[in-house]
Ligand binder design. Structure first.
Ligand code: CA
Ligand code: CA
Ligand code: CA
Length: 255
């Protein structure tokens, strides 16, 4: 093949290439202008990408909210537990009575008196007596010990500081509260905190010893798993520490 023929063929190829590129650009340009929206394939791809992102993000957000709520509960049971310990240091008494006489006592101290805030559900596989967290009477609100000085058989701010009935306000052992910043405490799921006041030392209705006293929330599964039984103590197996996803603060009184 002569050199002139070769050059001619090469020029033809180059010309053809550029004319093809030009045509393609024009076609794409025209199709973008005339196409009113996405094609079905594009829509399917976009929806698939969105559903994958939702599948990744939603569980992460849900877990984050759950973890944040559990962290809040851990903090609040600690705040309530510290308030009870401070009150005990000042008064020499544990929060267990609701009667003026020495025969009175309570099984549970509760963060809120709202009946709809009482969790009464028991989780599958719960330990013995778990239903007692939501049902065992008699009961007394937390604010009658920690926010108002009113541990006797009446309730609320009106009847507090009664001489000979509520905690003394004079002398070496006296009530110096309030020990909390608010009277009502509920967990992030709206349920009342429950305190197993039956096991505070000196409670006349406590029939056994060796129990932990717990300040407990039913936790994110909204049901109780922890034992609340006279035969389950800190020395048995299983014992009376928080169980399942229940979140609690432990007071070991050693009395
Ligand atoms: Ca009274
Ligand atoms: Ca009173
Ligand atoms: Ca639970």
């Amino acid at each position: 093949m002569s050199k002139a023929r070769k050059d001619c063929n090469f020029k033809k190829v180059i010309k053809k290439f550029f004319s093809w590129k030009k045509k393609e650009t024009t076609t794409v340009h025209r199709s973008r202008i005339t196409d009113p929206g996405f094609t079905l394939v594009e829509m399917v791809v976009v929806l698939a990408v969105i559903s994958i992102l939702v599948g990744i993000i939603v569980p992460t957000v849900v877990k984050h909210i759950r973890d944040a709520r559990i962290a809040r509960v851990r903090n609040e049971v600690q705040v309530i537990g510290s308030a009870i310990l401070s009150m005990h240091k000042d008064t020499g008494r544990w929060p267990f009575t609701n009667a003026d006489g020495p025969s009175g006592g309570v099984n549970r101290v509760i963060g809120s008196m709202d009946p709809t805030a009482m969790c009464t559900t028991v989780a599958p596989g719960a330990l013995a007596g778990a239903s007692n967290w939501g049902t065992l009477g008699p009961i007394k609100p937390l604010y009658d010990y920690i926010y108002y000085n009113n541990p006797d058989d009446d309730t609320g701010p009106i009847n507090q500081n009664q001489p000979g009935q509520d905690y003394p306000t004079l002398g070496d052992f006296r009530w110096l509260g309030p020990y909390l910043d608010q009277p009502i405490y509920a967990d992030p799921w709206g349920y009342s905190y429950i305190i197993s006041a039956r096991y505070f030392p000196g409670n006349p209705i406590a029939v056994t010893t060796g129990h932990r006293v717990l300040i407990l929330s039913p936790g994110p599964d909204l049901s109780w798993s922890t034992a609340f039984s006279d035969t389950i103590t800190r020395n048995t197996f299983p014992d009376d520490s928080p169980y399942g996803d229940d979140v609690g603060f432990v007071i070991v009184t050693n009395e």
